[in-house]
Design a binder for this molecule. Structure first.
Ligand SMILES: NC(=O)c1ccc[n+]([C@@H]2O[C@H](COP(=O)([O-])OP(=O)(O)OC[C@H]3O[C@@H](n4cnc5c(N)ncnc54)[C@H](OP(=O)(O)O)[C@@H]3O)[C@@H](O)[C@H]2O)c1
Length: 434
């Protein structure tokens, strides 16, 4: 078979781009033998030609003219690994309009403007592939788009931010405070100097929007996702969780629930208590995992490295080969119409809760507190009483309750004289949540 040349135009040559250049060089011969596609990186656009780069590129390959790379007649597939909204968006549009399939790792762009880019790609009959945008090296988008496209997926729960998983693991296993664990993550290069996007759940929220869009075939954008981060989690929370048989994880949860007028989609990111026996509980350090619940297939879990140049470039390379094979066939894959999702707001979502209250050590307190739960329709699944005198605590786990009812319960509990302080409240996910 005569090999089909595939000339890759690379936009960006940082962590991911440089790893992709090396991977293409190392794997090209075997990829050609297995697919008949002869990959070569022929053009690379960067911001600065002066920067030292740890990649071998032929003379003249590197340029600062990204638009010329995106539209070059000498490029068959465009890879966007610049990041951010602009100029990434306009370069992707320019490449598609010039008849080139695009592979991107850009979660920020896809979570905000993905639907408009998918329409552009669909209109051109070209691929816009983005396996690397969610959970780095873990194959997730293609299984959702292809293997599971016929499945009735009810819920997807992911640990999709390695930084926060590393911090929570260190806090749980070494008793470090949040600040200490964050400093360690920063010193190891797992966390940025400004860690807000990771620790406050924005990064996981962007990935949750993309997951929900692909899992449920309906449009969800980053602004639709409710998010809470991990900066208020204390070692005491993790210790209580452990005593009750749980671990605390930052979860991205996308679920489809039946609404009065048809299916609704709820998407949220927050710390959650996960039973120690649940597969997600064993995902430690900076690893990622995504747990999928389907009506027919049952439970599935995908696990691996959610970031890093090598793992992310591996996902990009798989997409490049897919896009090139589809180009040879003459048509890219489609994501379908992607109607806007009907969203279920966090107030309406149901989950179980863990509550830890400091209370007065007096007769009748338990009955008073339990009465407040009952008045708001929040039913108690288990209760433990801990400590005496000043340190007396009541620890509750509820059955599934509507968020609004739980918030009303907390509001009333705060006003009770016998409740000194609400020490912590966490959602409980993945238990038998009935
Ligand atoms: N790193 C990961 O682990 C990871 C994981 C999953 C997804 N991603 C996604 O992959 C993308 C790239 O991430 P990265 O870590 O590789 O970023 P990075 O190391 O910051 O690299 C960005 C590259 O883009 C180039 N660039 C910036 N503005 C440009 C412009 N206007 N025109 C041409 N080139 C420009 C930079 O050029 P200079 O080299 O000259 O500065 C640099 O080579 C992002 O969307 C990120 O979210 C990354």
């Amino acid at each position: 078979m005569t090999p089909t040349p595939v000339r890759i135009g690379l936009l960006g040559c940082g962590n991911v781009g440089a790893a992709l250049v090396g991977l293409v060089r190392d794997r090209a011969a075997e990829i050609e033998a297995r697919t008949g596609l002869a990959l070569e990186v022929t053009r690379v656009a960067v911001r600065s030609l002066a920067r030292d780069r740890d990649v071998e590129l032929d003379e003249g390959v590197l340029t600062t003219d990204a638009d010329a790379v995106a539209t070059s007649p000498d490029v068959d597939v465009v890879v966007e690994v610049i990041g951010g909204i602009e100029p990434a968006r306009e370069l992707i549009v320019a490449a598609l309009r010039a008849g080139k399939p695009v592979v991107t790792a850009n979660k920020e762009l896809l979570a905000n403007l993905g639907p408009e880019l998918f329409v552009e790609a669909d209109g051109a009959g070209l691929d816009l592939l983005f396996e690397a945008a969610v959970a780095g090296g873990i194959p997730l988008m293609r299984p959702l788009r292809e293997s599971l496209v016929g499945e009735d997926i009810t819920r997807v729960m992911g640990i999709v931010n390695g930084t926060t998983n590393f911090i929570l693991t260190r806090m749980a296993e070494s008793g470090a405070s949040y600040a200490e664990a964050l400093a360690e993550a920063q010193s190891l290069g797992y966390a940025e100097r400004d860690p807000t996007a990771d620790v406050e759940g924005y990064d996981a929220g962007a990935k949750a929007a993309i997951i929900a869009t692909i899992a449920f075939g309906s449009r969800v954008v980053a602004g639709d996702v409710y998010h809470e981060g991990i900066s208020n989690i204390t070692p005491a929370d993790l210790d209580f969780a452990r005593q009750l048989g749980f671990v605390v994880k930052l979860l991205a949860v996308a679920e489809r629930v039946e609404g009065p007028d048809g299916p609704e989609v709820g998407v949220r990111v927050h710390p959650a208590m996960v039973p120690a026996a649940h597969p997600l509980a064993s995902v430690r350090d900076s690893f990622n995992a995504v747990f999928i619940e389907g009506a027919s297939v049952g439970d599935l879990m995908f696990y691996g490295r959610g970031a890093g140049g090598g793992p992310t470039a591996s996902a990009v390379l798989g997409d490049v080969i897919d896009a090139a094979a589809n180009l040879r066939r003459g048509h890219g894959a489609s994501l379908g119409t992607l109607a806007k999702a009907t969203l279920r707001s966090i107030d309406e979502l149901e989950t179980a809760y863990y509550l830890n209250l400091e209370v007065a050590d007096l007769p009748g307190v338990l009955a008073t507190v339990a009465g407040v739960f009952g008045a708001h329709g929040v039913s108690i699944r288990s209760m433990e009483q801990e400590g005496l005198g000043e340190g007396a605590r009541l620890v509750f786990i509820t059955h599934r309750a509507v968020e609004r009812d739980l918030q009303a319960t907390l509001h009333e509990l705060r006003d009770l004289d016998v409740v000194g302080r609400i020490v912590s409240v966490l959602r409980v996910v993945g238990a038998d949540e009935g």
